[in-house]
Design a protein around this ligand. Structure first.
Ligand code: NAP
Ligand code: GCO
Length: 250
């Protein structure tokens, strides 16, 4: 392992890691030597994810917790060993015309995407400061930059997550804590199941993305390792888009 990308001796907490991008990033960080704690709400799904990583010889455990609940987050994450790397990944998607989204949907999307990143960060930052540094990675989206019809709440929250990243980077940089974000393009996960099965949307993604395809979750692992490693110690406040070129093109 090149020392610039070596995560040996590091403990990473990834929220929303029982499947999809979170699980893929957890596997990537574990492959680089990190001990990984995976979070999710569903105990059975989380246990299967942890078992899968352990079966590959990785050091992994699970912490069941709903990141929208402050008491649950504080109790669950404070009980963990010190966290060197936090990946705020948990997220949901709700698609409907703006006029049909309820106030409850807006609250749930805020609680999940914004407070779901703020609450874990509030728990881990004091320890990172005390230990001389750490890494925080927020999982943004193409929708941190552009809109798409039917997902205005999601777009709003992913925009907020980009500015949370910049705000935290500004305040925590002096403590040797680097706060960055990853903006994935269209990845084939459960969140996008309905889109993958929609021939018209599938064609849209393939035509609109210069790479002319959907991405697979494990294609996000390298960027997560980079932002978790010494290789990115002077990278702060950035959103790295892993999108096959879609944001670069009309
Ligand atoms: P996914 O397959 O639906 O997985 C979402 C994960 O988050 C699951 O493990 C889920 O487990 C967990 N989760 C949801 N709500 C939670 C909560 N309140 N507390 C704790 N865990 C929670 O989604 P994904 O595609 O991997 O997306 C992961 C992140 O990447 C999201 O933030 C999403 O917005 C973002 N993203 C995805 C794409 C893409 O193309 N897929 C692109 C850009 C950004 P439980 O339901 O068991 O809790
Ligand atoms: C959608 C998708 C997107 C992707 C991702 C793109 O409905 O268009 O869910 O939002 O999940 O966020 O970056």
């Amino acid at each position: 392992m090149h020392p610039l990308f070596d995560l040996s001796g590091k403990h990473a907490l990834l929220t929303g890691a029982s499947r999809g991008l979170g699980f893929a990033m957890a596997r990537g960080l574990a492959s680089a030597g990190a001990r990984v704690s995976l979070n999710g709400r569903n105990e059975e799904a989380l246990a299967k994810a942890v078992d899968a990583l352990r079966a590959e010889g990785f050091e992994a455990d699970g912490v069941v917790c709903d990141v929208t609940r402050a008491d649950d987050v504080e109790r669950s994450f404070n009980a963990l060993d010190p966290i060197d790397i936090l990946v705020n990944n948990a997220g949901i998607q709700i698609r409907a015309p703006f006029v049909e989204h309820s106030a409850e949907t807006w609250r749930l999307m805020f609680e999940t995407h914004v407070m779901g990143a703020v609450l874990p960060t509030r728990v881990v930052v004091p320890g990172m400061i005390a230990r001389g540094g750490g890494k925080i990675i927020n999982i943004c989206s193409l929708m941190s930059e552009v809109g798409r019809k039917t997902i205005v709440p999601y777009t709003t929250m992913k925009g907020a997550l980009k500015m949370l990243t910049r705000g935290l980077a500004t305040e925590l940089g002096r403590h040797n804590i680097q706060v960055n974000a990853i903006g994935p393009g269209y990845f084939a996960t459960e969140m996008n199941g309905a889109l993958l099965n929609d021939a018209e949307f599938d064609a849209f993604v393939r035509n609109r993305t210069p790479a002319a395809r959907w991405a697979q979750p494990d294609e996000l692992a390298g960027t997560a390792v980079f932002l978790s490693s010494p290789a990115s110690n002077f990278v702060n406040g950035q959103v790295l888009y892993v999108d096959g070129g879609i944001l670069a093109s009309l």
